[in-house]
Design a binder for this molecule. Structure first.
Ligand SMILES: [Zn+2]
Ligand SMILES: [Zn+2]
Length: 357
């Protein structure tokens, strides 16, 4: 599926890529559609055209790029840095391996990569935004971006591993202790994942949303208490915490008013995790409360390679469930309709998965 210009999405044929050394060719079986795709489609996120979007994807390895054997190759030869870091892992994959793809690439040599902040690499790209992505039959990616899936995780839910990694990376930025009260504000796909992650960390979890269906889902997935969204929610959180407020509030909506509410429902000395993406440049926040309550505001951006094996293990062990979050499965050819569904607000819609078969 090729985006030729904003809102101009067509089905097209492109040549099947040949994997170069260190690259893996993956036949995409399923992909996830999210708000980023919606913004790429309508042009509010600018991209190079023509572009194949898609950054939440899983599939099967069909070909692995081999290191060319040159006369100089052999024992004692010092590998070039490219081979050492990028070619090595390709050998670990074989055709037939089921994998999930990390769409966030990084250079490995800049200041941020060298201090372990690969998610902040200024030379990085997002596959499906800056380069061609997964709404296609095949995708060639560096082996460093590919992670093997256990049999316990099915193809249909596997694209959501990428979404889970962003939630896990965010929760890694904050300490919580067993018994802490964690409020999750907004119970869409990422909110439901944060509920499960916080439960896995031993927290007592309160979920907040206006949608009764999403509150019921959060309770099924482990939330100890859910509260209807709105102005009364702040008071209800305080009542549920002996008047104190939450130890940690995770704001997942990206709406400034909800961020302000998050500050009000967090206890003195507590933390607010800004998970929602605030696209506004400025807005009103209760700054005096931030000071007076000594609130820590913590941000997080995308994920790192370390979050993939950890997320896969959490799903494999059943500590995080993805299947209940799939609300629609559609064929890849209906991508435009799927994006249209995202634009139309529906209280019950969760994750839309595309089936590429
Ligand atoms: Zn996404
Ligand atoms: Zn870098």
């Amino acid at each position: 599926m090729v985006l030729r210009a904003p809102s101009d999405l067509v089905e097209d044929q492109v040549a099947r890529p040949q994997p170069a050394a260190g690259q893996v060719l993956v036949r995409i079986t399923h992909s996830g559609v999210c708000g980023t795709d919606y913004k790429i489609f309508n042009g509010s996120i600018p991209v190079p055209y023509p572009l194949i979007p898609g950054h939440e994807m899983a599939g099967e390895v069909v070909d692995v790029g081999r290191v060319p054997t040159s006369p100089g190759a052999g024992v004692g030869r010092v590998p070039t840095s490219t081979e050492a870091t990028r070619v090595g892992p390709a050998a670990d994959f074989s055709p037939g391996d089921r994998v999930v793809i990390d769409p966030e690439t990084y250079c490995g040599s800049c200041f941020h990569c060298r201090i372990g902040q690969t998610n902040l690499c200024p030379n990085g790209t997002l596959i499906g935004r800056d380069v061609n992505g997964g709404f296609a039959e095949y995708l060639m990616v560096p082996a460093s971006q590919v992670f093997r899936l256990p049999d316990s995780i099915d193809d249909r839910t596997a694209p959501m591993i990428q979404v889970l990694t962003t939630c896990l990376h965010a929760q890694r930025q904050v300490d919580t202790f067993p018994g802490d009260t964690v409020v999750v504000l907004g119970l869409g796909v990422t909110g439901q994942l944060h509920v499960q992650l916080a439960k896995a960390r031993g927290a007592r979890v309160i979920g907040i949303t206006r949608s009764a269906e999403k509150r019921a889902m959060a309770e099924k997935l482990g939330a100890d208490l859910t509260i209807a969204g709105g102005d009364a929610a702040i008071q209800k959180v305080r009542e549920a915490t002996e008047g104190r407020g939450a130890d940690l509030t995770i704001e997942t909506t990206g709406v400034m008013k909800q961020l302000a509410d998050s500050i009000h429902m967090t206890r003195f000395g507590g933390k607010v995790l800004l998970f929602g993406i605030y696209t506004v440049k400025e807005g009103p926040l209760p700054f005096y409360d931030i000071y007076f309550k000594e609130i820590s505001l913590i941000s997080a951006r995308v994920a790192k390679a370390e979050d993939y094996p950890a997320s896969i293990a959490l799903v494999d062990r059943g500590q995080v469930r993805l299947e209940p979050l799939v609300s629609d499965v559609m064929p890849l050819g209906e991508l435009k309709a799927a994006i249209g569904l995202l634009g139309s607000d529906s209280g019950q819609r969760m994750k839309i998965i595309l089936d590429h078969s």
